[in-house]
Structure formats: C-alpha cells, structure tokens
Design a protein around this ligand. Sequence first.
Ligand code: PEP
Ligand code: MG
Length: 872
Amino acid sequence: MANKYCYLFSEGNANMRELLGGKGANLAEMTNIGLPVPQGFTITTEACTQYYEDGREINDEIFAEINQYIEKMEEITGKKFGDKQNPLLVSVRSGARASMPGMMDTILNLGLNETVVETIAAQSGNPRWAWDCYRRFIQMYSDVVMEVGKKYFEKLIDEMKEAKGVTFDVDLTADDLKTLAGQFKAEYKNKIGEDFPDDPKQQLYGAIKAVFRSWDNPRANVYRRDNDIPYSWGTAVNVQSMAFGNMGDDCGTGVAFTRDPATGAKGLFGEFLTNAQGEDVVAGVRTPMHISEMENKFPEAFAQFVEVCRILEEHYRDMQDMEFTVEHGKLYMLQTRNGKRTAHAALKIACDLVDEGMRTPEEAVAMIDPRNLDSLLHPTFDAAALKAAEPIAKALGAAPGAACGKIVFTADDAKEWAERGEKVVLVRLETSPEDIEGMKASQGILTVRGGMTSHAAVVARGMGACCVSGCGDIAMDEENKQFVLAGKTYKEGDIISFDGSTGCIYDGVIPTVEAKIAGEFGRIMAWADKFRTMKVRTNADTPADAKKARELGAEGIGLCRTEHMFFGEGRIDAFREMICAETVEEREAAMEKILPYQQGDFEQLYEAMEGDPVTIRFLDPPLHEFVPTEEEDIQKLADAQGKSVEQIKVIIDGLKEFNPMKGHRGCRLAVTYPEIAVMQTKAVIRAAINVSKKTGIDIKPEIMIPLVGELKELKYVKKTVVETADAEIAAAGVKMEYEVGTMIEIPRAALLADEIASEADFFCFGTNDLTQMTFGFSRDDAGKFLNAYYDAKIFENDPFAKLDQNGVGKLMKMAIDLGKPVNPKLHIGICGEHGGDPSSVEFCNSIGLDYVSCSPFRVPIARLAAAQAALK
Ligand code: PEP
Ligand code: MG
C-alpha cells in the first residue's frame, strides 16, 4: 500500500499525534491500555492535506480505504451501517495535532434513517430516545455538513415546546420528536432542494468532508494564528462507534478534568448531565450538575471513572481533560487530552507535579505555554474595593481575571468598540465559536447559560480572558441589547465589573491593581532562569517602565527609544522647538532645555537597572511625527521661537516627507544635525558619571546608533559621540568605559556586517525595521492587506509579530556570521517586537544571540521561552 490513510484505534498509539491528531492518538492509547473506548478508526491528517491538494475532494484511493475501514469497524463492533437487526451508529469528530477546542466540527448519531430509528426504537424499547437521536442528527448534519443554520431547527423546537406547553426538551414525547424529525427533514429539503440522505455511507462521506473543510473555517484560522498552529498540519477525523448518554435516566454524559483547570487544585473537577449527549454539556445549552453528584446516580460507573482518571493522569503525567458517556450504567471513554488551563492553574499544576515526583523541574518549565503568562501580569481587582463592593449576582467563575467595562451584546460590537479604544465586556446568552474575535477584544465574557466546560469557558481560559458563565439570574433581551439583573435594566454601554475567579458580578466600576510574580509563578521563573542561557532585557523608555521591567526580571535595557521620552506634557514643547529650529543656534538653545530632561531620565534608568547594561538609542523617529498640528500648539511654538504662526507653518511644511519611514530619521538626523548627537552623548555620559558616583556601581553606558546601512555613516556619527564622551569623561576627571554599537535594521547593514562590525561594539537587531525593509511592507500599513494574505494562505502569521525566520532570520544569521570573526567581542541582541514572541525567542537562541529585549510585560514570557529554547 503506497499510503495508509486509516488506522483502527487498536493500530495507533500516543506517539502518532502528527498522523492521527491528538484525539485519535489518545483514543488509540486508551484502547492499548485497556480502557473502555467505543471502537472505531482514525482518518489521518495526511488524508486531510491530500483533500486540500486535490481541490477539496476525497480521492478514490482514500475513499476505498475508508470503505475498507468501515467494514473492519463493522466486524469489530458486530454492527452494520443501515442494518435492520444491528445497525451501526457513529460519531465523526475532528482532531488536529494540537487541540483546538470548539474550533472544528463534530457530528453525532450518524447512520440513522427512519428504518434504523424504528429498529433501535423497538430494540431498546425506548422510542423517545431513538427519535431524539434522529432529530439531533438531522439538525447537526444540516448545520455542519450542509451549512443550514441551526436557528431554523431551534425555531421548530421552540414552536413544538410552546404547542405542547413544556419548557425543556426532555419533556417532549417520542411522538413530538418524530413529528419534529419530519419537520426537520422538510426544512432540509426546503433549504437544500434535495431529500435528507438516508444512506449511512453517503452521510459518512459528507461528514468526513465537513470535518476536513472545517480545518479552514474562519474561527479555526484565527485560533491557529493565535496559537502558532501551522495550516499545513491538517486535521484527522475520528469515526467512533456511538455510546449513548441519552437513552434514559440510567445514562448520561460528562466532561471532567483531573485537576481544576481554573485554579490547578488537585481533585476531580467537571460536569455531568443525565439523559444527554456530549454536545449538551459543551454547548452550555443546559446547566449541568457537578461531577461529584454523579457518584449518587451511578456509583459503579463513577468508581470506575475515578480509577480511569488516576490511570490516565499517571500515564500522561499531566492534568487530563476527558469526555465520557454512561450508557445504561456502563462507562465509555470518548476522549482524553492534556487539559487546557489558566496560566495560574498551569503554574500550580507544573509545580505540584514536580512535588508529587511525576515531573522534573525541566519538564515543568517546558509544560507552560509562555504566551499564557500574559494573563497573570494583568491587573486584578483592588482587594479593598472588592471587599467593599456588594455583588449584584454570582455565577460560575469560569476563567480568572478582573473584567470591568462597557456592556456590549454581540461579538462584532465588541470588536468594533474595542477598535475605537473602548473597554468592553461581552454579555451573551451563550457564546458560540464564531464569537472568538469578539471575545478576544473584550475585557471579559459573561454568559447567561453554560457551565465551566462550556465553549465560552474553555475558549476564555485558553486565551487568558476573564469569564463568568451560567448567570441564570440575567433576564436577557439580546434583540434589544439589554438585560435585567438584580432589578436593574442594563443597556449597551452601561458599566459592570466581574470577577472570573469568584463568579461575582458588580454594578459599575471596581478599580484594579497591578499583578506580581510570586508563589508558583516565582518558582517556575526561578527554574527558567537557571536553565536559560540567553539574557532577557527590556525595551523601556521611561523610569516607570524600567522599574516595572526590573520587577518582572529584566536584566538590563536593550532599547531606550529616546524620542519617547518627550511624549509628556511640557517636554514636547522643547522637543518641538528643537525640530523646528532653523539655525544651529536655535537648535542648541532648544537642546539646552532638553538635556536636563534626558540626563534625569537616564539617571533613573541606570538606577533602576542597578548596574545591568542600559542601551540608549539615539534619536530615530521621522521628525514630522512630533510637529504640532493643533493651532494652539503652533501658536505656542511660534511664541517660544519669536516667530509668526505663518513662519512656523512653512517650517512644518518643509518637514513633510513622502515616505517618512524611509526619510529623515535614524542616524540620518545625527548626520545632518551632529549637535543632537552631541547633546545626547552628554546626557548619557553625565548621567552615568552621576549614578556611578552616587551608587558606587561602575556604569558602562551603551550608546546605540539607529538605522545604519553604511560603515562610513556609522564612523561619522561615532566620531561625534566619541569626541564628546571622551571630553565629558576627561572634564569630570573620572575613568569610565562606554560602548558604541549599532542597530542592524537595514538589510544592507546585515549584508555588510563584517564592515560594520569593525566599528561597532555591539549589534542589536531592529527586526521591526528589518522586517519592513526586507519585505518592503510598510509597518504602519501592512495591517490593511495582511488579512488578505492570511485568507489567500500566502502568510499564516504577521511577520511583524512572529519573526520570518526564512528571510529576515537569514539576514540575521548572515550578520552574525560576518560580524563575529571581525570583532569576536561583539555582543548581539534583538530589540524588535519579536524579542517577546516565544517562537522568535527560540530562533534567537538557536542563532546564538546574547540577549532578547522586549516590552516590560513580556519579560517573563521571554525568560520562560528562552529557558524552553535552551532545554530543547
Ligand atoms: C526596530 O526597528 O526593530 C526597532 C526596535 O526600532 P523602532 O521600532 O523604534 O524603529
Ligand atoms: Mg527601527
């Protein structure tokens, strides 16, 4: 056989996740270790890739193999598709290499038609169950395979419930459900123009295609981009014999974790619904009971389940997230995977596993997704304010965090409002996977329905967003964008706060406070620091940023963008005077005012870093970014310069450029106005001398020249710097070493790095500009067309966020290979945005950088990513 596209569960194992996907590999592994798994087969991820290569068609070879495996499955189970005695019913589920909860499609109860329904109704003596399965199947198949919206079917259910005067689906009788199934089929024909398919094989082919197709749905694409999952991986499809949780009150279904996914606390955590199918728990349509209540209803199955949990956790040496069904009191395992968890829980679980002897500290460090740390670094509610506040309601604390914002009712509104700078909280009856972008844009998500394992909860935890779910007290009116809670009507734009740990909801604003690295977070970071070889610095422009970064573990400043020191009120005036000066004298007069600000800030940066390196980058921005645009500011500048408004406007006009990013910026400013470099050098050296004297620590300033593309350019600016610095040091009568280095951010500098290295003490890759110039994409405008690139599958990621290792990375390697032999002492880092992106950090480690530098809140992420890179 040239290719093998299908595997029975008994043919696979946990190491085959690339081919079988996580779900398929784990179903195989559970089968191998003898757990009760309904049997079936997995269609490989390679079949999915082939489906896309063949223009979204399943080719004959794959079809033939699927047919063969249906036969094998029929043999194993002793059941047959469409059989009048013993019909085979299956579930069809997606399962990618990395788990993507809720992002792709699932179909249950496949294999049903009216004849089969009659058969299973008679065999089970439970016609209600049989017709319930059928109406569910028609609904799911229509939605997932044929893309007829769920809402048409839900409307029919609601009408039926109203006609029968009942509130819950479970109160509908067999006859009601049979009528509904008929109505559903009519609706299907009405929408699709064909009869609903009766042949189980045709149903299965449709379902398999739908799962393959769902790999490329918009929500899966967004999820993949956020989680660094390559499109090329594809998804596997699992065809599994059905176990029924909805056959009566001795049946049920549940989702459970071996530890609490929100806090990490050890112990069974989960939810259970009697007489239900898995989708009911996950979709949050009914609010389920706590897993512990299962013990009363199904003592034997519960005892067995507890044992299975123990076996699985010990086997995988990690917290497991499992789906299971109880059919007439008998337990069936449908899935296990390493459970998604909050960042807080991830840290606790990793530390506990070390303490329990299940994992080494190295493994514990490798278990944490660095991107998740982000959520721990964000504010929590001020404890005093929280204590003083009276909750208006309490629901399930599904994903921790502090959310405070204006209420919006749709995911689209959340996105739109957030884009215009509003802080919003998304309040929904329940969320569906399509809401992912709106959820991301929100401070938090509050749902009326759903439990801890509902889609909203799982997705929120995955993205580190705060979520409170299952708040049944809310009387929701989504259509009119309002709800009533605790007697008050809340409309769009009203403010509420809620706590994702306790589930408490509050009226109005509750102030928040900054987070700290302590406890398990501190323990993991200490291990990470022990294992990593690359240093982590920060990009900090103000003393406040530097202090924050130091608290978060920064080992120096890799980039201080000196132009950012002038954003504040008061300072900007002097800066404007400098850039709008017409003569050297005018410029020097303005710089006299600027120098003390810079020097003062530099002193504070040095003090904050306590002797660790501080790299000060000389002025870089296109000047027009700083010129006044408001009449009032122009007037102020005119007064300060003793000029007329018209004269100032002429000067401002003269600063306009066609392409400012490639215009008068970077070291070009120091070439045209060397006096700026003189002033900045004075500020750097004087600050360093003062702090050295004050603290007794030898400060060795690092001066960084931006946007260099030519050796002579660097030499020219460096000459000004060195002459000024040496004069300052001599005048102060002290001994001080300093370094002059350059950013490598123009491709030409990378190409000629051997020449540049002869004049540079260090290189620092400015991968923002290097990406901009390597691709020729404007970093300010790329957002406008990158979405089209994702849709066309030209790019999977934003190259400004995740380093393009093939192109930009090649230039970086080249620069290192050319530069180091010329200047073996050359130290090399990165300070573009990529310095805080885990996969880019790994790359930087692999090419031998000495440090990465990133924004303060990403320092812990970079520390952990650097450790993981070193451990790989
Ligand atoms: C860069 O270009 O990567 C860089 C750090 O500098 P800036 O973003 O200030 O241009
Ligand atoms: Mg730059």
